[in-house]
Design a protein around this ligand. Structure first.
Ligand code: FAD
Length: 476
């Protein structure tokens, strides 16, 4: 038997369902393939930082697989669908009997996989696919009437109950194969992607490093998670999102590591460990929603009447937001964190998304795409979920009349402006008391700050937004 493993966003050898199952038969020859799809990546706004992150991990996966005697074949095609004929020709060339892959839940990806399954069945090649990127498969946790939950809390309770009753299986890495099917295709080094790549020194590369980070977080930091998770000047969160998005870590590894150090966490919902468990379930919630509601992959809001909102879509304001030049320090520092590192703290994602939608009345989809184009952890389900939550267009979203005041948010979560000062050096001399409204201090001091005045008046903007939402709702 010859088994082909198709790697996607699962670039690891530990706890990888497709890889593990492809290797259970000790006599099978195992080969692997990865496709770069630059044109598709452009369409999906894949960020240059995530492309770099994938590329680095693909190289390290190549080395790890070589040690297991599994050659990795690297191919580049334009679009997802272009990979299917290449897979079929690899199957012919290597007399592949079985193809293994882990499922992806986005619409285009699902279409590609359905097409693959049909084609493989025509050639009598067995196809094995797994729900690897989630703790529980989409469709498993549903309401008593069999539908996907639209509210998070009962969904989370079901997860809690499930893991109180069932243990988690984390699969080991496969053993070294006795024989290797080496080929002229097997590259010693992976060719550089035909796609912009931008490095980020903030994220260590390698599966081992990721496991160490997880271990350290669960051991040392998770206890204080609830106290520190909203304070952006403190590294109070795990910063593991990029590893989860690209599949360097699995959510099962995360939960299992957490439970090994905090075995009673599911009994104490006030603990830091439970708080972190809850975040892992948010990740699941948005993935399950993507499967239950394909419209979420198609640029549509969950709440239909919000389609009718008339957005302002002011190009100059959108640009000021992107560049961190709105005159609201917490918003600007956050956007500069995103632009310079590819990552943004969760509280700041909430603040900046709310500012774009509710203060500038700019279509949330513009913000969603911009985030995707910058984030190292960019993930359709989580990003769309986060944007629709902030824009009040999503399931279990913030009600539209509840609008964050960016200045108050800044005062609450960065009281002395420690975080702000890290990213806005031009505000170094502004006293703590004025750090959230530096233009007021500049006026008092008759100074010219090298920093813009606020581009909107929050109170007025709030009223304008309420009217726009009210109008859209009334006409529904
Ligand atoms: P931790 O607090 O340590 O959480 C652990 C893990 O749980 C994260 O790594 C992540 O995988 C998951 N998680 C945490 N919060 C959420 C959430 N609200 N939704 C879904 N998963 C969550 N997360 C992404 O992974 N990719 C995105 O593209 C993304 N875009 C977002 C856009 C907006 C507007 C908002 C409000 C949130 C977005 N998030 C996204 C969710 C969240 O902000 C990040 O997952 C988190 O900041 C990552 O930091 P961390 O790893 O330290 O998280």
């Amino acid at each position: 038997a010859v088994h082909l493993v198709w790697f996607r966003n699962d670039l690891r050898i530990n706890d990888n369902m497709a890889l593990y199952h492809a290797c259970t038969d000790p006599n099978a020859l195992v080969i692997a393939v990865y496709f770069a799809t630059p044109k598709q990546w452009h369409k999906h706004n894949l960020s240059a930082r995530q492309a770099w992150f994938i590329y680095q991990h693909l190289q390290s996966l190549n080395d790890q697989l070589s040690e297991l005697n599994i050659p990795l074949i690297y191919k580049e095609v334009a679009l997802f669908e272009d990979s299917i004929p290449v897979v079929l020709s690899l199957c012919q060339q290597y007399k592949v009997t079985d193809v293994y892959f882990n499922r992806q839940y986005e619409f285009n990806e699902q279409q590609r996989d359905n097409n693959l399954k049909n084609q493989l069945s025509l050639y009598n090649i067995c196809c094995h696919h797994y729900d690897d990127s989630v703790l529980l498969p989409p469709g498993k946790v549903v309401t008593s009437s069999g539908n996907m939950y639209q509210v998070f809390t009962p969904f989370r309770r079901r997860y809690q109950k499930y893991f109180l009753q069932h243990s988690i299986t984390v699969l080991p890495k496969p053993n070294k194969r006795c024989q290797s099917l080496l080929s002229e295709h097997h590259a010693k080094q992976i060719r550089s992607f035909n796609y912009p790549m931008l490095s980020s020194t903030f994220f260590a590369i390698g599966e081992k490093q990721a496991i160490n980070l997880l271990d350290k977080f669960c051991e040392q930091s998770v206890e204080n998670y609830l106290a520190f998770r909203d304070i952006m000047s403190i590294n109070g969160t795990s910063q593991l999102s990029a590893y989860l998005t690209v599949g360097i870590l699995s959510p099962r590894q995360c939960l299992s590591n957490l439970l090994s150090k905090h075995p009673n966490l599911l009994h104490f919902s006030q603990s830091g460990a439970y708080g972190w468990f809850s975040q892992l379930v948010w990740r699941e919630f948005y993935r399950h929603l993507l499967v239950a509601y394909p419209k979420l992959s198609k640029n549509l809001p969950f709440i239909d009447w919000t389609c009718r909102i008339i957005w302002r879509n002011n190009e100059a304001d959108f640009l000021a937001w992107q560049k961190g030049l709105t005159g609201f320090p917490i918003v600007d520092a956050a956007m500069r964190q995103l632009n310079s590192t590819g990552w943004m703290h969760n509280r700041l994602r909430l603040i900046t998304a709310s500012f774009l939608v509710k203060d500038l009345l700019i279509d949330w989809r513009q913000g969603e795409s911009f985030f995707m184009s910058q984030l190292i952890d960019g993930d359709l389900a989580a990003n769309n979920g986060g944007w629709q939550w902030s824009a009040s267009t999503g399931t279990d979203a913030a009600p539209y009349f509840r609008i964050f005041n960016p200045t108050t948010q800044g005062k609450r979560f960065d009281p002395q402006g420690k975080f702000i000062r890290q990213y806005l050096p031009e505000l170094a001399d502004v006293p703590d008391k004025f750090i959230h409204q530096p233009h007021k201090w500049a006026e008092q001091q008759h100074l010219n700050l090298d920093y813009p005045k606020p581009i909107v008046d929050h109170k007025q903007a709030r009223l304008q937004t309420l009217t726009a939402f009210d109008m859209a709702k009334l006409t529904s």
